[in-house]
Design a binder for this molecule. Structure first.
Ligand code: M6R
Length: 611
């Protein structure tokens, strides 16, 4: 988490940095700060959003051709002005911003305090900065060397940008575990946690790898490893345009991203699924087809919404490929001593490709010989790069903190994979394969049709905005969708919500049911339909309020439920890609009715690069 931006070149640095920070605010928005170098170091920082800082420093002398900026998601130290980045060193000459956590900062701090250093913040960043300064003074070396020495002695994760009053053209940058992209312009360089701050200036970028350090000047980019050996920067071309990261007339990114789903799903299927020919082409799967065919077990690792996609994939792979699947929270998996057998495949699912828990989990599994397959949205991200093979979800930049279009993209990829592998293995009949291919092909159009009822969802959302709690229930393929619906409601509306398999109700949660409790059922026409009707009746018998997502043409559930959302008919394997849409809209509209900043809900950040 935390967003970082840097610029060195002939242009005014401040407007580039502030605009870049606004684009990176999805990564954290507890405080903002910039450091500019122009005949001395100027640091401006403040608790709150980028716009608050921008407003406060309007009219000040912000002229500079080099600078760094930071938007924070607090880890060490509460959100406050003093804990905001950039931090300055004891001499006042160095300024640094940091995304990550220095785990052994307390010991280093103790040592520095004994040498007379005083700290103005509670952050681990200020400790690392003074550690670097102390090494530079003691060893009489340059800043680059001092940074390298310090980084070899710390544990944890970092992406740092560092500027020095005495070297007013250079930014020193380094990363381990937190992302860093360097944009290469003509006589100028841009730095960012992702490529969004540099999109209008250059399409040529270098993705910096872990344990690499960059010395960045307007007309020079030197990349080295921590052993001081030079590395040739690998310049890649960005395949992203500005429109993709703008709201395009929508009030919020979340709404834009929900409404983009017909086209993002189509983009994901395009070039892969050919319904006419009955083929699915996925080079990442083709390259590993023997591994998938022979796999005794697949382990899916992910967090949050991506974990819900993994859970659905368990149902899919078991049903269509007859491969046993285990679904793991990456944060648990990485700290266990998991048993990994030869030939096990780990599928890592992540929108950002930077989630620290997922990244470390697959690094560990890789060390133990597992084959890593990444299902990732952000091209060139860390998880994509360490995977042995993979498939991008092609959902485009997802900026709203709540994941929506990335989730349906994940489902589309996982469905294609399950169909392809099932066919290869012969666990799926030709007839069923063809049926499901046609069903999947029809999804973008069905999502488009479904979105037409957004206004109806809005009216229902307004009715339930004052609820204190909510339950989300589903069975079979719709159970992961119930979990996803509950997560969306929690993060966007702050209403306590829990998801359960509908049949689990009677083992405890049914005690919660009162006249005030909304219970959302994902109850589309599938093999569990009769059973879930009984579950709805159990809730109604206790006077709970039932909101149900049902299939068009259903004549029974509307007579039982208080409110219903319809989805077009679809095969039960594919239907979750439709049934999740009303869930996304419901949470969005409840959040709006409650006045929540839905794109940046409290305490959250889009990309969780700390454990
Ligand atoms: O980028 P990832 O998919 O790895 O992120 C995982 C979770 O942090 C993410 O899905 C989170 O739960 C979202 N806020 C959900 O809307």
């Amino acid at each position: 988490m935390c967003g970082i931006v840097g610029y060195t070149g002939p242009k005014e640095a401040y407007p580039i940095i502030i605009k870049g920070l606004k684009r990176l605010e999805y990564r954290g928005y507890d405080s903002t700060g910039v450091a500019l170098l122009n005949h001395g170091l100027k640091v401006y920082k403040k608790k709150g959003r980028v716009a608050d800082l921008e407003h406060e420093i309007m009219g000040k002398d912000l002229h500079a051709n080099i600078g760094i900026g930071h938007t924070r998601w607090a880890t060490h130290g509460e959100p406050s002005d003093k804990n905001a980045h950039p931090h300055t060193s004891a001499s006042g000459k160095l300024a640094m911003i940091h995304n990550g956590i220095i785990e052994n900062y307390a010991l280093i701090k103790k040592d520095l305090v004994s040498k007379g250093y005083r700290f103005t913040s509670e952050t681990d960043t200020e400790v690392l900065l003074n550690f670097i300064e102390d090494i530079r003074t003691k060893n009489k070396c340059d800043l680059e060397e001092a940074t390298r020495i310090a980084l070899k002695r710390i544990t944890g994760a970092y992406c740092i940008l560092l500027i020095d009053e005495d070297d007013p053209e250079t930014i020193i940058a380094a990363r381990k575990g937190s992302p860093l992209v360097i944009g290469v312009g003509k006589g100028e360089h841009f730095l960012g946690s992702d490529a969004s701050p540099m999109l209008e200036y250059t399409k040529e970028v270098v993705y910096v790898n872990d344990y690499e350090l960059a010395i960045v000047k307007p007309d020079q980019l030197i990349l080295k490893n921590l052993g001081n050996e030079k590395i040739t920067p690998y310049v890649t071309k960005l395949d992203m345009d500005l429109a993709a990261i703008e709201k395009g007339g929508y009030e919020h990114f979340m709404l834009k991203e929900i409404f983009e789903q017909p086209s993002t799903i189509l983009d994901c299927l395009r070039g892969r699924l050919d319904a006419g020919k009955g083929t699915i082409t996925m080079s990442g799967v083709d390259d590993n087809i023997q591994h998938f065919r022979d796999a005794q077990r697949i382990i899916m690792v992910a967090c949050g919404t991506s974990w819900h996609a993994a859970l659905l994939a368990e149902y899919l792979f078991e049903e269509l490929c007859r491969i046993p699947v285990e679904v793991e929270y990456a944060s648990e998996f990485r700290y266990r001593n998991p048993i990994i057998n030869k030939g096990d495949i780990i599928i890592a699912i992540s929108q950002s490709g930077e989630t620290a828990d997922t990244l470390v989990a697959i690094e560990k599994a890789k060390e133990q010989g597992a084959i890593i397959f990444g299902v990732v949205n952000v091209v060139g991200s860390s998880i994509a790069r360490i995977s042995d093979g993979g498939a991008y979800t092609h959902a485009g930049p997802e900026i709203g903190v709540a994941s929506t279009k990335a989730f349906t993209g994940q489902l589309a990829v996982l469905m294609m994979m399950a169909l392809k592998i099932g066919k290869e293995k012969g666990t799926l009949s030709e007839k069923r394969y063809t049926e499901l291919i046609l069903e999947l092909d029809a999804i973008p159009e069905k999502v488009q049709a479904l979105l037409k009822s957004a206004e109806k969802v809005k009216a229902i959302a307004e009715k339930y905005q004052h609820a204190g709690d909510a339950l989300y229930l589903g069975r079979g393929f719709n159970f992961p969708i119930a979990l996803e619906g509950a997560l969306k409601l929690k993060e966007i509306s702050y209403i306590h919500a829990e998801g359960y398999p509908a049949a689990e109700m009677k083992h405890g949660p049914i005690a919660l049911v009162t006249e005030q409790l909304p219970v959302v059922f994902v109850a589309t026409k599938d093999s569990y339909y009769e059973k879930i009707i009984s579950n709805i009746q159990e809730i109604k018998a206790r006077k709970g309020k039932v909101i149900a997502v049902i299939t068009e043409g259903d004549e029974i559930i509307p007579t039982l439920a208080d409110d219903v959302f319809y989805i077009p008919p679809a095969d039960e394997v594919i239907a979750p890609m439709l049934s999740v849409i009303p869930m996304q809209l419901l949470s969005y509209y409840v959040g709006i009715a409650k006045g929540v900043d839905v794109d940046k809900p409290r305490n959250l950040a889009k990309s969780v690069t700390v454990e």
